[in-house]
Design a protein around this ligand. Sequence first.
Ligand code: ADP
Length: 157
Amino acid sequence: MSSAIYPGSFDPITNGHFDIICRAAKIFDKVTVAVLTNSSKKPMFTTEEKMEMIKHVTRDLPNVEVDTFSGLLIDYAKQKDCNVVVKGLRAVTDFEYEFQMALMNKKLHNDLETLFLTTNNKYSYLSSSIVKEVFKLNGCVEELVDNYVIEQMKKKL
Ligand code: ADP
């Protein structure tokens, strides 16, 4: 059975993330969306809240599971017995960081492959941070995140 891990902060999940999840779910038998808990950023949502929103948004995708991890991604991948990491690529700015991460992960764990899926151009400018910023300033984020996520953000403010 082929499987892949899609790691990230998902604070909160956006339609750009969801697009990558749907496409990865067509390529692999199983996709694990893994919420990173040791992020240095100050998050809006707790890990449990992030996982709950991802579960809600991906409820119609039977081969997608939601999990959490901390520490090195390679250790988590070994623990899951999974050799593929999926990442979304938005722009040149993502590329430099992701390229460095992919090479470092390869150095630490030679069997691990990083697969890049190019962003859907509808979402190429989209990040969790810009969604939060616009939302806090009362801007409309309706086509950028699921309505359920909007409800959860409203509760935070
Ligand atoms: P951010 O906080 O910048 O939205 P995350 O750390 O949650 O990002 O991102 C997890 C993964 O999803 C990364 O591989 C990132 O490049 C990818 N990603 C984030 N937003 C998009 C998008 N709009 N389109 C494609 N991939 C994306």
